[in-house]
Design a protein around this ligand. Sequence first.
Ligand code: NDP
Ligand code: OXD
Length: 313
Amino acid sequence: MSGAVRPHVLFNSEWDSSQSWRSALACEFDDLGFSTPDSVDSADAVNIALIWKVPHGGLRRYSNLKAILSLGAGINQLDPEQLPEGVPLARLVNQTLTETMVEYAKAAVFRCHRNFDVFERHGRTEHWQYIAPKLAGDTTVGVLGLGELGSAIAVALTREGFDVHGWSRTLKSLPGIRSHCGQQGLVELARQSHILVNVLPLTPETEGILSRALFDQCQGTRLINMGRGGHLVEADLFEALASERILSATLDVTAVEPLPPSHAFWNHPRILLTPHVAGLSSPETAVQVVASNIRRALAGERLLHQVDAVRGY
Ligand code: NDP
Ligand code: OXD
């Protein structure tokens, strides 16, 4: 179409395949520029950044940038110091990501609900101990964060028969789910939950939320952290595991990733680590929302799932 601005995408990710994204986007746009930071000919030609992290040197040198599109649902991995001011930022919302997050949450919750975490530990010391299984309806799961992912997780767990509570900044009306907000709401949820699933975004308000103050409300609770490593105060978790306020922890995310070889999380009898694999964003399904956002950005329209700079998510 004459007069239409040609999209030129700068792609940067150590995890996602640039080739797959280039092919997927080429099916959406007849004329597409696509570069990685080391293959950019002209910084001025770039108008879209599709990135997991900010490339070396930051994004300020791309003076015609119209949008920054995160390759993740989270955006805290993007150093704000390195982002140009006034350029809208969108997070990734995608069905495959939601489905894989729900699947991970269900797997981790069922593992705890059926005491596999305890039996794995007993197995290492050849200890046979019968523990009667509970019915799903007798297990309360508290989900921290009831956004795109948390609400899908909470609804899916309710469908499995669990008693589900959720915590968010604003109260929600979700079928079968008890919604809480505020500090008192967090305390109530923590006191009642047998299993806590964290799927909050990492912001200044939520940093370190999985800490002693919260664990002090727990009694033999299982913790599942699918949010970010920065939500967890590691020293407080070790203390809570020792006192059995927290019975076991399933950690998909850690403050430093990859987790260094000598870290005390490795080989801890009550910790299961997974290497940030809970959610998967595939270009085949995510390309549609990304392409829509490229079109919106070039037309000067508001982005889908645009991050609110004040809330920080
Ligand atoms: P959303 O922005 O859709 O939802 C965020 C939720 O958190 C909302 O319910 C929001 O409340 C709530 N919230 C935010 N701040 C606070 C606060 N201070 N107090 C209480 N509640 C708060 O995000 P998503 O669901 O899409 O993603 C959530 C996070 O999951 C990502 O930011 C990322 O960190 C993590 N993630 C991890 C993955 C993995 O592989 N481990 C994969 C994908 C995401 P309200 O609704 O009232 O605004
Ligand atoms: C995300 C992630 O934020 O994969 O999407 O962690």
